[in-house]
Unconditional design. Sequence first.
Length: 264
Amino acid sequence: MGMINKMDVAATQSAFREDLLSGKTAIVTGASRGIGAAIASRLCEAGANVVLCSRSAESVGQIADTLRSKGYTTLSMAADISQKADVEGLIEKTIEQFSQIDILVNNAGITRDTLLMRLKDEDWDAVLQTNLTGTMYCTRGVLRPMIRQKSGRIINISSVVGLIGNAGQANYAAAKAGIIGLTKATAKEVGARGITVNAIAPGFITTDMTAQIPEKNQEQLLELIPLRVFGSPEDVAAGVCFLASDAARYITGQVLQVDGGMVM
Ligand code: NAD
């Protein structure tokens, strides 16, 4: 292929990307930083209207303002996904503003790491309540509008830890494995309604969550990753954007690993 043809292809692809999700409305939970902020930004670039939530209105508002200043349509609000009433409010406000919900990205998550022998009940409860029950609240909440529309995309952020476990993360691994079961059961329930439900299992992604890992351990971890680099939030966002797009219309109930080949 000559140089000009190559450029034509690139131009077509970028034009295609900008309207990949135009006219769609997406909710991204935990969008104030890290992976959630990158997902919100990527969905905006693909043309979606994006509703960003996190527990703090201020931090998520800043991300939404930055996106708005670039000309994208966003709405930000404080919503703690572990609280049913907050999730109901999030969904109501989204419908009020945009009349529809096409894409839900369940990204919000927390860790409370410690060995199981020392795990306090409240640290088990907090991780399960946010990571798993919160994901269920949001998923259940969008089903009615999505069924009415006869279409929808639900993308749950799990983790490779939910597939292979990790010492010191019994609560987190259980919640992330639970998300995979929730994904598959929901995919079976709503497939006939035109709704797809998939999970993404990131490996090590450079964010606030992984910054706490000591440098020595980070080097050991890199040896386990065939691609020899940690992932970026944008790598996860690219997977979300694909699963949210028409290109993924025949994919449901799957777990897409974005982990540099760490787990295979
Ligand atoms: P982060 O801690 O940087 O960001 C988490 C986001 O979730 C923040 O915006 C936070 O405010 C929000 N949040 C937390 N609890 C919430 C609640 N109850 N209600 C609403 N929002 C809440 O984390 P991150 O690294 O960007 O991780 C994002 C997701 O990806 C999480 O589900 C995490 O488990 C998952 N994940 C991360 C990695 C990684 O290496 N960073 C790997 C695998 C999976």
